[in-house]
Design a protein around this ligand. Structure first.
Ligand code: NCD
Length: 311
């Protein structure tokens, strides 16, 4: 059989063969030695380079197979109005774990309620990106050797960026002092403190130590920082079409103001918030070490989810 394009093409012997393969596969699925043949489904409804490829590279490292929809918001039946329940129940029949990214924030709740196999959130709208936060904090620990009393500057799009939310929650656990440097024009927080409620990390997360800095004076604090975390402006998430241009930019000329033992991170992709002349500075971890750590962390997450019986 070369193609399977219509049921009428199948001879009885081919049907018998398919069924006997299916029987064998059904038995082996429950065999613990079948672990290497587990399947990861990458279900991505938003663009991705690092997150999707690092999950897929992690799965390859574990000897798993992957099924990928890199444009699930248009290529899957979600586009036809299928619910998340039906989507997760269906995908659960083809794989052992689903890595999902989508602009609909609510898919995480649906996954919790309906998916019979583990689902990993690879970014839900502008809500969260938990694996990014884990790899960010893992990188900080590796670069600095500790997570105690950190001073962290988080810059860029605090309203629409999801990595900053997850990172804020995680840093809170370690009692970090966070200096937020939001881009101007994303809520006017400076003049209207009630706007603070729009920052998800402020609304949901009771940060014990935080301060807001104006992007034009943030460089004055660089010398105190252990971590400088930059993010791009998420123009594609804005409904008003306004292009924000005023935000903190890290110029290579400022690097001399930073502590020798500190780290510059960015979840990537970047806009112009980090001067490319910073890329070869030993404190710049975003291009290689942060990305590589993402691979290790995602192997660990997959292993943990798959080695555990799931109810
Ligand atoms: C981030 C994302 O998708 O939220 N990228 C990533 O996963 N590394 C950041 C971004 O797109 O700005």
């Amino acid at each position: 059989m070369k193609h399977l394009l219509g049921i009428r093409q199948l001879e009885e012997s081919a049907i018998t063969e398919i069924f006997s393969h299916a029987d064998r596969i059904a038995r082996e699925f429950h065999d613990p030695f079948y672990h290497n043949h587990k399947v990861m489904i990458s279900f991505f409804g938003e663009p991705s380079t690092r997150t999707r490829f690092s999950f897929e590279a992690a799965a390859v490292h574990l000897g798993m197979r992957t099924l990928t929809a890199a444009d699930a918001s248009v290529s899957s039946s979600l586009k036809k109005g299928e619910t998340w329940k039906d989507t997760f129940r269906t995908l659960g029949q083809y794989g052992d774990v689903i890595v999902c990214r989508h602009s609909d924030e609510e898919f995480t709740r649906a996954a919790e309620m309906w998916s019979r196999i583990p689902v990993i959130n690879a970014g839900n709208g502008h809500d969260e990106h938990p694996t990014q936060a884990l790899l960010d904090v893992y990188t900080i620990k590796k670069e600095l050797g500790h997570l105690d009393n950190l001073k962290v500057m988080i810059c860029g799009d605090l309203r629409y960026g999801r990595t900053v939310n997850s990172l804020s929650y995680l840093l809170k656990r370690y009692g970090a002092h966070v200096y937020y440097v939001p881009a101007v024009g994303l809520g006017g927080w400076k003049n209207d403190p009630t706007e603070l409620k729009f920052y998800p990390q402020m609304a949901k997360c009771d940060m014990p130590y935080h301060e807001f800095l104006d992007p034009y004076i943030a460089h004055l604090k660089l010398e105190e920082m252990d971590v400088v975390y930059l993010t791009r402006i998420q123009n594609e998430r804005r409904e008003d079409g306004v292009i924000v241009k005023d935000y903190f930019k890290l110029h290579a000329s400022r690097l001399k103001e930073m502590k020798e033992k500190s780290v510059i991170l960015h979840p990537l992709p970047r806009g112009d918030e980090i001067d490319t002349a910073c890329d070869d500075d030993p404190r710049a971890a975003y291009h290689e070490r942060q990305v590589r750590n993402g691979l290790y962390v995602r192997v660990a997450i997959l292993k943990m989810l798959l080695d555990r019986p799931y109810n």
